[in-house]
Design a protein around this ligand. Structure first.
Ligand SMILES: Cc1cc2nc3c(=O)[nH]c(=O)nc-3n(C[C@H](O)[C@H](O)[C@H](O)COP(=O)(O)O)c2cc1C
Length: 175
């Protein structure tokens, strides 16, 4: 049995939902899983875990600086254990941009950081127009209009492929 840590960065909760689904899947494989927000990570003894998984969503083209800062501070420790990273964004709803090697945000991120995660995943996120601030709703609808996505201001659409999340959970269990 491994003791696995999942650290996530979220704004609207979808990356937390995905992390919790991963926890469920990995626990079904007989492991112990702790899921914590990146804000709490400095208080955690990382050395106590056998494997570490990081997950973060994209907002206006970037993952949170908190996750980047965490990676840079703990790179050596991350590399000393089986590790993985997943990104959550809505560009990944497109079949040609849903794999780690062809998702532009993940690729740009990997070029920026000094850590090379052992396993990678990209998950499509969620759009929840009614819950956004007007400026964000306007901007996301504009981006969606440009990329032929949904623009109805009442739309709430979850693009996440939970089967894909489950497969990644099994991969993490086995890594
Ligand atoms: C203000 C805002 C900006 C976003 N910017 C992007 C973006 O640049 N590219 C993209 O693919 N998705 C973008 N998204 C979509 C989010 O990545 C998606 O909603 C994801 O599910 C958010 O995850 P979270 O709930 O864990 O924060 C944006 C969403 C919001 C609300």
């Amino acid at each position: 049995m491994s003791n696995i840590l999942i650290i996530y960065s979220t704004t609207d909760g979808q990356t937390r939902n995905i992390s919790q689904k991963l926890q469920q899947v990995i626990e079904q494989q007989g492991h112990k899983v702790s899921v914590i927000p990146v804000e709490d990570a400095p208080r955690i003894d990382l050395a106590a875990f056998d494997k570490i998984v990081l997950g973060a969503s994209i907002r206006y083209g970037k993952h949170s600086p908190l996750i980047t800062g965490f990676i840079e501070k703990n790179r050596a420790l991350l590399e000393s254990k089986p590790n993985a990273f997943f990104s959550v964004n809505v560009v990944a709803r497109k079949p040609e941009k849903c794999r780690p090697e062809d998702n532009p945000y993940l690729q740009k991120f990997l070029r920026r950081i000094s850590w090379t995660p052992r396993e990678l995943a990209v998950f499509a996120g969620k759009i929840d127009y009614p819950s956004y601030r007007p400026i964000d709703r306007f901007m996301i609808r504009l981006i969606m209009w440009m990329t032929k996505g949904p623009t109805d201001p009442q739309a709430v659409i979850e693009f996440t492929d939970w089967q894909q999340v489950e497969s990644f959970g099994k991969l993490v269990s086995a890594m």
